[in-house]
Design a protein around this ligand. Structure first.
Ligand SMILES: *[C@@H]1O[C@H](CO)[C@@H](O)[C@H](O)[C@H]1NC(C)=O
Ligand SMILES: *[C@@H]1O[C@H](CO)[C@@H](O)[C@H](O)[C@H]1NC(C)=O
Ligand SMILES: *[C@@H]1O[C@H](CO)[C@@H](O)[C@H](O)[C@H]1NC(C)=O
Ligand SMILES: *[C@@H]1O[C@H](CO)[C@@H](O)[C@H](O)[C@H]1NC(C)=O
Ligand SMILES: *[C@@H]1O[C@H](CO)[C@@H](O)[C@H](O)[C@H]1NC(C)=O
Ligand SMILES: *[C@@H]1O[C@H](CO)[C@@H](O)[C@H](O)[C@H]1NC(C)=O
Ligand SMILES: *[C@@H]1O[C@H](CO)[C@@H](O)[C@H](O)[C@H]1NC(C)=O
Ligand SMILES: *[C@@H]1O[C@H](CO)[C@@H](O)[C@H](O)[C@H]1NC(C)=O
Ligand SMILES: *[C@@H]1O[C@H](CO)[C@@H](O)[C@H](O)[C@H]1NC(C)=O
Ligand SMILES: *[C@@H]1O[C@H](CO)[C@@H](O)[C@H](O)[C@H]1NC(C)=O
Ligand SMILES: *[C@@H]1O[C@H](CO)[C@@H](O)[C@H](O)[C@H]1NC(C)=O
Ligand SMILES: *[C@@H]1O[C@H](CO)[C@@H](O)[C@H](O)[C@H]1NC(C)=O
Length: 358
């Protein structure tokens, strides 16, 4: 018999138990799926009635494939990450116009983003167009007003296009304001790509998370293989300010130990845990973090005693030491009185032993 057998079994049991204990406070309503594939779905989002706050927070889970996919409401927009601080990461379609050598339009797509309560983040995304005979228009609504902007990308040879430079030759990019809704991307061309067809038969336009796109001259042709790119949208609860929302405690979304703040990109509000608390502020409220359980969460020196308090912790030095007990403060130092007593004692002892030796 292998003597390591029982040990191994114990290790496995321990690992299974640890894994079961690992998921922190529930992020979804009890009885509701808290993830779809590798996307976790925290409340106020949910996959069905009674799981979401209201149907605007519906995430559809297509679990017909081995790796289930999450979609925004009923749309064809893949969701890749949901964060409770008002950001949602998703994949959005690329607009393209592809031409034949003789200049007839062969294939085109001009996506439209309705996005229910969400709006496209103006700080984290850019509007980008790629092509050598391309002008692209971004058209959307800011409240009731139509907002339009666009950029143009022209080049006559591949030599003019530089990797990493998106400033008008082969690639152009612009920023746009916060809060755009009902947005559509429109592409046009001056000569239907007839003069650049050898190296660039298509025009492309997309809204992309700025950090996720770095232009390369190869993109003039290889974007054809890509259907979607990452984009960030903002979400919030309702369309009221915190002050107004608080007046109706039945509909107010921020639970115990959390505070309300207003989205700076759109109407409505968000909730966050008080400092020193964690959890889901929209679900059962936030719980105190025990900073003393984990030395990386507190700044008490080794000699000090750490005591958890609601929202914070204190460090106190043991008897005979003084100071604030913090490693960013003055730590714990032996009391002077005691130091004097000890040194006096030692001097006395030495003196005595010298005297006695004589
Ligand atoms: C797939 O999703 C449906 C509806 O969300 C659910 O009823 C079903 O149990 C899910 N199946 C699996 C294998 O997760
Ligand atoms: C996004 O959804 C489409 C189905 O519409 C699927 O084919 C594709 O693999 C998904 N992409 C990701 C990254 O999940
Ligand atoms: C999702 O977003 C959160 C918060 O922004 C981040 O901590 C986490 O790593 C992200 N998850 C994935 C899979 O990208
Ligand atoms: C352009 O080319 C396509 C096929 O490549 C052909 O079907 C079409 O008739 C042509 N159009 C003109 C105006 O020549
Ligand atoms: C360019 O394409 C558009 C749309 O397909 C078409 O109406 C127009 O006649 C074309 N122009 C040329 C010069 O081929
Ligand atoms: C973008 O690509 C260029 C050239 O391919 C490279 O020099 C640069 O470091 C890249 N920048 C980022 C932010 O990835
Ligand atoms: C956006 O589109 C929806 C549906 O087409 C419409 O009900 C809504 O009024 C539009 N919003 C704006 C600001 O145009
Ligand atoms: C642009 O081209 C580079 C180099 O081939 C590639 O790594 C990158 O994925 C392309 N970007 C997109 C969005 O297709
Ligand atoms: C706020 O939302 C409510 C309900 O969705 C709607 O009736 C109301 O018109 C909205 N108010 C504003 C100022 O948009
Ligand atoms: C408070 O919110 C609840 C739930 O949304 C709603 O039914 C009720 O009418 C609201 N009360 C007031 C005074 O607006
Ligand atoms: C915790 O207490 C320390 C010292 O009193 C203070 O500096 C710090 O801001 C407090 N932290 C929180 C999250 O309240
Ligand atoms: C809120 O914080 C207080 C003090 O830490 C705690 O007693 C209470 O249980 C917390 N509420 C919830 C819902 O965890």
């Amino acid at each position: 018999m292998n003597s390591q057998g029982p040990l191994l079994l114990l290790a496995v049991i321990w690992m299974v138990l640890a894994a079961m204990a690992a998921p922190a406070a529930g992020q979804a309503k009890p009885g509701c799926p808290d993830s779809c594939g590798d996307v976790s779905i925290p409340y106020p989002f949910g996959t069905r009635e009674d799981c979401y706050l209201n149907e605007e927070f519906l995430i559809t889970c297509d679990n017909s494939t081995s790796l289930p996919k999450a979609f925004l409401t009923e749309g064809n927009i893949n969701v890749t990450n949901i964060s409770l601080d008002g950001e949602l990461h998703l994949l959005s379609l690329i607009a393209h116009n592809c031409y034949n050598r003789n200049g007839t339009l062969q294939d085109n797509l001009e996506p439209y983003f309705r996005l229910s309560i969400f709006s496209i983040s103006g700080t984290l995304n850019k509007f980008v167009a790629v092509g050598c005979d391309t002008y692209a228009l971004l058209s959307g609504y800011q409240g009731e007003d139509l907002y339009r902007t666009g950029c143009m990308s022209i080049c006559s040879s591949k030599k003019q296009v530089q990797d990493g430079s998106c400033s008008g030759a082969g690639c152009c990019q612009i920023s746009f304001p916060e809060g755009l809704k009902n947005t559509t991307l429109i592409l046009s061309s001056y000569f239907n790509h007839t003069e650049v067809h050898d190296f660039n038969p298509c025009s492309y336009a997309f809204i992309v998370e700025e950090a996720a796109f770095n232009f390369s001259s190869k993109n003039l042709s290889n974007l054809q293989d890509i259907e979607k790119l990452p984009m960030v949208v903002d979400w919030s609860i309702g369309n009221e300010t915190c002050q107004v929302a608080k007046t109706n405690q039945t509909s107010y979304a921020c639970k115990e130990n959390s505070t309300c703040y207003e989205s700076n990109s759109r109407p409505g509000y968000l909730c966050k845990c008080f400092d020193g608390y964690h959890g889901n502020p929209y679900l059962d409220g936030c719980q105190d973090i025990d900073e003393c359980k984990n030395s990386s969460l507190n700044k008490c020196v080794k000699k000090a005693r750490c005591k958890n308090t609601p929202g914070n912790y204190t460090c106190s030095c043991s008897k005979g030491y003084h100071g604030d007990g913090r490693d960013d403060g003055d730590g714990c130092n032996p009391n002077e009185l005691q130091l004097i007593q000890v040194s006096l004692g030692m001097i006395f002892f030495f003196a005595l032993s010298i005297l006695l030796k004589r």
